[in-house]
Design a protein around this ligand. Sequence first.
Ligand code: CMC
Length: 392
Amino acid sequence: MTFCEYRPGLEGIPATQSSISFVDGQRGILEYRGINIEELAQHSTFLETSYLLIYGSLPSQEELAEFEHEIRFHRRLKYRIRDMMKCFPESGHPMDALQACAAALGLFYSRRALDNPDYIRAAVVRLLAKIPTMVAAFQMMRKGNDPIQPRDDLDYAANFLYMLNEQEPDPLAARIFDICLTLHAEHTINASTFSAMVTASTLTDPYAVIASAVGTLAGPLHGGANEEVIEMLEEIGSIENVEPYLESCIQRKAKIMGFGHRVYKVKDPRATILQELAEQLFEKFGRDHYYDIAITLEKAVEERLGHKGIYPNVDFYSGLVYRKMGIPTDLFTPVFAIARVAGWLAHWKEQLNENRIFRPTQIYTGMRGTPYVPIEKRQSEQDQQLLNLVTG
Ligand code: CMC
């Protein structure tokens, strides 16, 4: 066995073999099962893309109709889940609510019949169907309202926007939202997918797998960045302030949210598509003043940091799209999770096909053979510092 050098963050170290998605970070290419993301954004739907990711090929008409039908049928939440959600504090972050709800599903379906294809199918369908309902229900409840029941006559994206706003969405907004879900559905071995795979490798239930991935996605260096982008644009406030803001970030070595990527060293192809979608929305519903700040910032970052491969990532323009749709800022990451469930489930299934529990190694840097000191003989750090001062 050969040992690799230690790479913080496992950068560049393959953690698995996978046939789900492919990224070329130098040329800005992303493919799901070999199909280019631009083509999927243009021609596919989120549910068709989910099927592609999870089952390996595009569905026939009958397969897609059946998949969509099953998902429509399972959109509702059990009243016990809704009751549990009523106890959540309104001020809590929706990602924490979502993680708790995803884990709670396991209480109802915890058989762990991982060798039974029907169990696998039911888990796939339930998770894809119920996660959007959970996100929308939390949003309604924290405003003091009852959750809106899903509508069977609306497709996946339109139904989510309807449950969120109690209003049938504009068809352009619904189609654009569906494309956003497709763009966020999968992205090789990122932090949350890795988390899902590690959890899956223990052969626990799929609800625990998704709950652990949701928890990982929530961080500001991962899915949480889309929320922080809007906060940053608000803080910048005007086009004139872009340069001073950027200068201050560079001086402080602070990260500019929505920029940079471990894999992409050019503009993320999803950011390019999202920017086009934002422009379509602005054309129909009016321009957002933060968009002008965003494009000025993109240009300034490219000039100052382009040589380091720092360009907009998927999170830079997605927030502007969601904002125009009236989605609250703290729901941006839950919306990311709604989409990414498809990728997590695809990796869960792939992991089960050739499972070996993840158990990496470490390089130990601590002490060895340290004697146990009884508590009455221990010195606090303060005592030790004083002693050092006295003894010089
Ligand atoms: N702003 C300014 N400088 C940056 C940025 C940024 N956003 N990202 C990376 N750099 C610089 C960094 O300072 C370092 O410079 P130097 O070599 O001079 O010290 C160099 O680029 C390498 O940075 P790193 O932090 O070692 O790169 P990484 O691969 O560990 O980090 C990242 C990738 C996404 C965590 C990071 O770019 C970042 O924190 N970006 C801001 C947060 C963000 O937008 N996250 C969303 C990521 S994409 C979607 C997702 O995963 O959910």
